[in-house]
Ligand binder design. Structure first.
Ligand SMILES: C[S@@+](CC[C@H](N)C(=O)[O-])C[C@H]1O[C@@H](n2cnc3c(N)ncnc32)[C@H](O)[C@@H]1O
Length: 271
């Protein structure tokens, strides 16, 4: 497992450096540094009242959503990511934005020890759980980070979307619905997903598709009650080359049968 995690960390270090100097506008850096928010309308509409809440953002990447949560009224915002380059960039952005936000470098699996406190909300979004081999362990981490009555908000790519790839002008089912922990999907891609022309040094990365039922059951078994599970026909990145802009996200063009592209979960830690 350590081999997969180490390769992913190197790949994310490369991506963090490109994303922190993003020329494509994908990361809304200027908006966040000016005091605004990089959250999409979908999660901004679903996240509920965060005013005064202590929030931890797992897999925070370069910290723009973490800083945004503080701008949106969180009492405190803490970001955690295992990439040193991502955390360095996040701290730089927080300083530039004048935002009092904490960033911690650690694996999600070590988050409880690394953070040393509990929160009102765990926030996780867009390209997160596909990097984790053990979704049930993740569920236990989420539960341990929450106070009784505290909430999880998760928005991420849908497993159905991850199972499909483009075949000509259509989608084809290409991958299994549950990736075995020790046999991850293996990818070698020279560029990141933002459309940036610059190349990565570490091209190999590993991912896992988790059935929706595993994500939900991981949370229930860890002691959370599900408040909602929503499926969406849009996702925040251009997952397929022929995906079209739809609001502030991307959906499938009219000639394609629609599939769920994303899902979101609200859950509360049982008292
Ligand atoms: C697609 S980004 C998430 C984007 C994020 N929603 C944002 O606000 O920009 C995925 C992040 O997960 C992090 N990551 C992957 N595996 C991890 C792990 N085991 N522990 C902590 N962070 C991890 C990567 O370093 C990367 O920053």
């Amino acid at each position: 497992m350590e081999e997969f995690s180490a390769a992913n960390r190197l790949n994310w270090d490369d991506r963090a450096q490109l994303h922190a100097t993003d020329p494509t506008g994908s990361y809304r850096i200027a908006k966040v540094l000016a005091g605004g928010s990089s959250l999409y309308l979908l999660e901004a509409g679903e996240i509920g009242d965060i005013s005064g809440k202590d929030i931890v953002h797992l897999q925070c990447h370069i910290g723009l959503d973490t800083i945004s949560l503080k701008h949106l009224g969180a009492g405190s915002a803490t970001g955690l990511d295992f990439s040193p380059a991502a955390i360095a960039a996040a701290r730089g952005f927080a300083a530039s934005a004048g935002a009092d936000v904490r960033f911690v470098e650690a694996s999600v699996y070590d988050a409880v020890e690394a953070l040393g406190q509990v929160y009102d909300m765990v926030f996780v979004s867009w390209g997160a759980v596909n990097w984790l081999d053990d979704i049930f362990r993740w569920g236990r981490v989420v539960a341990s980070l929450l106070r009784p009555g505290g909430r999880l908000y998760l928005a991420d790519g849908h497993p159905m979307m991850f199972q499909c790839d483009r075949k000509g002008a259509r989608l084809e089912l290409q991958l299994g619905w549950r990736t075995p922990p020790r046999r991850p999907l293996v990818w070698d891609e020279p560029r990141t997903y933002t459309g940036d022309d610059r190349t990565l040094k570490h091209v190999r990365y590993y991912e896992w598709i988790h059935p929706l039922s595993d994500v939900v059951n991981a949370l229930i078994q860890a002691g959370l009650a599900i408040d909602f599970l929503n499926e969406h026909d849009v996702v925040s990145w251009q997952h397929f080359p022929f995906a079209v802009e739809s609001g502030d996200m991307f959906g499938l063009p009219d000639h394609c049968p629609k599939i769920p592209m994303a899902y979101s979960i609200g859950a509360t830690k049982r008292k």
